[in-house]
Design a protein around this ligand. Structure first.
Ligand code: NAD
Length: 494
């Protein structure tokens, strides 16, 4: 059986406690996973702190760090098949999604390396500087030891987005994987060693809420970066508030997909299905509220209900599968609970609505693609489900679409579908979210920032913003005024 060990100070170690990671498609064991003790977690943080202050890491030139990022990218591609196989087994990702995940993680490290090579860590501000008086610099410095926590939906990609800026900035980290999906991060740990990352710069531990809480409470941690639910994010922010700690949060969403009456209907129908069904709806940016202008609503609804039958739910290992099981029994129960609530509240079920248990499906957690027609007072209009369930609502016009789209505590993403680009841009600019696609969905660009407004988070990942989230900025004032009496403060005190 595969063993997932703790990655501390460049070494892989076992521990006294362990658990098994299960395949959500069939309940089979994927790996034996060692759980860190408090001592292991403390040692991981110590390793990160020692690495942070080591000459080897502090003195490493940015081009050399970029080289390491490029090597990680190459090695991810070399180990692609193994990573895909493990991600499929451990998380229930479809084969297609797992392949895309490995490619995206590799591409992220490569793009980040390019950004790092160009990034200026010391910038003289010509406006602030005055000849004969001072020259003033912005100096970007690594934030220090980070504690990073990731969820189970995109295990490898989430680990990449966390580890990448740590290396780029010259910081160090202890990353905790999610209890359901600890496997591929362990391969990434091997890759970090192979790429020549100095020992202790990145440490990877396993565990759940209690290991996460213990890690975050360590006083040596200077920055917390968390991706997960808004409920846990809120608690982490409260604790970070106690310590005035640097914090990045990537949280939940209830993103709006707006179809205007001049959209290309066949593309918008497929786009709407892709937006909420990718990875069984277990994506933070899923388009789970669909607004369609009244004029085209009957036609659109009919086409959607017809087209949803072409989405193949299947075993994750089947190349034709669009999506497989949800990650675990708890998630299955939560989603089915929302479906039952919607039925009780009188939301109109247009498609799906049941667990799938025939044949091979009986061994896993499969749910039909589900469509409900809802109004804003229905629970699923407002709450994140994280499953293959869409809430669809007709709207009078784009003004009402914008109003309802913004009627959410979340603000992660959204999309507008229209053949008139300018009209779509006008709508997109009114959406209170960190990402809006026009005639697309889910696509990300590693050179551009991703993150949420409102309760979807604080800060951004990827893009220059993603690296700056791991940098402190120092104003360095260098005096050019070397005559005592001419110093501006001289009169103030003498
Ligand atoms: P979760 O909040 O339950 O868990 C996320 C991680 O936090 C896990 O590693 C878990 O072990 C850990 N954790 C749980 N309680 C903790 C605590 N008290 N202290 C420290 N760590 C703790 O979320 P989940 O169910 O694993 O993931 C789904 C959620 O993540 C959804 O809400 C989704 O929208 C969000 N998400 C957001 C993004 C984004 O970029 N905005 C990306 C992926 C997922």
């Amino acid at each position: 059986m595969k063993e997932i060990k703790l990655f501390i100070n460049g070494d892989f170690r076992t521990s006294e406690k362990s658990f098994t990671s299960l395949n959500p498609a069939n309940g089979e064991t994927v790996a034996k996973v060692y759980l860190p003790s408090h001592k292991d977690i403390d040692q991981a943080v110590d390793a990160a702190e020692n690495a942070f202050y080591s000459l080897e890491w502090r003195g490493m030139d940015q081009n050399k760090r970029a080289e390491i990022l490029e090597k990680i990218s190459e090695k991810l591609k070399e180990r692609r098949n193994e990573l895909v196989e493990l991600e499929v087994a451990d998380s229930g990702s479809s084969l297609r999604k797992a392949k895309a995940d490995v490619a995206n993680a590799a591409s992220y490290f490569k793009v980040l390396a390019g950004q790092l090579r160009k990034f200026q860590f010391e910038v003289k501000d010509e406006n602030a500087s005055r000849a004969g008086f001072s020259h003033n610099y912005r100096v970007y410095e690594p934030v220090g030891v980070c504690a990073q926590i990731i969820p189970w939906n995109f295990p490898l990609v989430m680990a990449a987005w966390k580890i990448g800026p740590v290396i780029a900035s010259g910081s160090t980290s202890v990353l905790k994987t999610a209890e359901d999906t600890p496997v591929t991060a362990s391969i990434l740990a091997e890759i970090l060693n192979d790429a020549g990352l100095p020992k202790g710069v990145v440490n990877i531990i396993t565990g759940g809420a209690s290991e996460g809480e213990y890690l975050l409470a360590n006083k040596k941690v200077k920055k917390v970066a968390f991706t997960g639910s808004t409920a846990v994010g809120r608690k982490i922010m409260q604790n970070a508030g106690e310590r005035i700690q640097n914090l990045s949060l990537e949280l939940g969403g209830k993103s709006a997909n707006i179809v205007l009456d001049d959209a290309d209907l066949s593309i918008a129908v497929d786009g709407a299905l892709y937006a909420f069904l990718y990875h069984a709806g277990q994506a933070c940016d899923s388009g789970t509220r669909l607004f369609v202008e009244e004029k085209i609503y009957p036609e659109f609804k009919e086409a959607l209900v017809k087209r949803i039958k072409d989405v193949k739910v299947g075993l994750p290992t089947d190349p034709a599968t669009a999506y497989g099981p949800v990650v675990n029994k708890k998630q299955l129960d939560t989603i089915m609970g929302y479906i039952e609530t919607s039925k009780k509240e009188g939301a109109k079920l247009l498609a799906g609505g049941s667990r799938m248990t025939d044949g091979d499906f009986s061994k896993g957690y499969y749910i039909q693609p589900t469509l409900f027609e809802v109004t804003p007072d229905h629970t699923i209009f407002n709450e994140e489900i994280f499953g293959p369930v869409l809430a669809i609502t007709p709207v009078k016009n784009e003004t009402e679409a914008v109003k309802l789209a913004n009627q959410s505590v979340y603000g992660l993403a959204g999309a507008v579908w229209s053949k008139n680009q300018q009209r779509a841009i006008n709508v997109a600019k009114q959406l209170e979210t960190g990402m809006v696609w026009i005639n697309e969905y889910h696509l990300l660009n590693p050179g551009m920032p991703f993150g949420g407004y409102k309760q979807s988070g604080i800060g951004r990942e990827m893009g220059e913003e993603g690296m700056k989230a791991y940098l402190e900025v120092k104003h360095l004032w260098i005096s050019d005024c070397d005559e005592r009496a001419k110093k501006p403060w001289f009169d103030a005190i003498f």
